[in-house]
Design a protein around this ligand. Structure first.
Ligand SMILES: [Zn+2]
Ligand SMILES: [Zn+2]
Length: 244
């Protein structure tokens, strides 16, 4: 069979597949074409992407849209250990449901939608020579879930830099209680001695981009940053899919 015939048959089969199993938007259920898998263009447009101006350190959005990026009150009082944190979107629907289905339902079908949201909202924060470090899960949780959502997100964020994604550099050695429902002080206490760096030699003089799914109070990424800096990292930046 010639190449053209194969292409014709493949095209025909995919048309039949679309007819039998039409793809629909994960949010509004309208029909979408194969290229727009997951979420339709209209729903993609409605995502609450993080807008500037924002705090030049923690990345929170500023109410006064006339000023440029500047330090927020919290960062003016106490600077976090990381140099800057940025997020793609606000932690609102449909991102909340997507992340919830991924983390607690193991539903990998939300990944095309998350990928479209990341492509639409992402600004590139990766500098040359930077390690990409997904916030690790404890081994017990990783075995339960089968994957670390922060690793999946790092791979979607940086498909061309997968060799820079370090999944074993930072390890979660203590299986901490979920942070939900704890206040800032309790969160920090809960995370004490939770992380450790293995192979610190790799870190010397390197900058790190920490990747996680959601930034809530920032206590997890702050604790990770402290451990990474203590182990010799030059600086730590944070990128999350969403921020509360
Ligand atoms: Zn839609
Ligand atoms: Zn700030």
């Amino acid at each position: 069979m010639g190449e053209r015939q194969v292409a014709a048959i493949t095209g025909w089969l995919s048309a039949v597949k679309n007819l039998l199993f039409p793809l629909s938007c994960a949010v509004c259920s309208c029909l979408v074409s194969g290229d727009d898998q997951g979420i339709c263009n209209s729903c993609l447009h409605d995502i609450a992407y993080i807008k500037t101006p924002c705090c030049s350190v923690c990345g929170c959005e500023m109410a006064d849209s006339t000023a440029g990026d500047h330090l927020c009150g919290n960062c003016l009082r106490t600077l976090p250990p990381y140099a800057e944190a940025r997020a793609v979107a606000r932690y609102q629907e449909p991102v909340v449901t997507f992340l919830h289905s991924l983390k607690y339902g193991g539903d990998l079908t939300v990944l095309p939608s998350l990928e479209r949201i990341i492509r639409a909202g992402k600004t590139n924060h990766l500098a040359a020579d930077e390690w990409i470090v997904p916030v690790p899960l404890h081994l017990k949780r990783l075995r339960q879930r089968g994957f670390n959502q922060a690793v999946l997100l790092a791979e979607i964020l940086y498909p061309n830099d997968k060799e820079r994604i370090q999944v074993d550099l930072l390890q979660r050695v203590r299986d901490t209680d979920p942070q939900t429902g704890l206040d800032g002080t309790a969160r920090r206490k809960n995370l004490r001695h939770a992380f450790t760096v293995s192979g610190a030699g790799k870190l010397q003089g390197r900058s790190v981009l920490l990747v996680d799914d959601v930034l809530t109070t920032g206590s997890t990424v702050s604790e990770c940053s402290r451990v990474l800096l203590h182990a010799g990292a030059k600086a730590v930046k944070v990128l999350t899919l969403a921020r509360v």
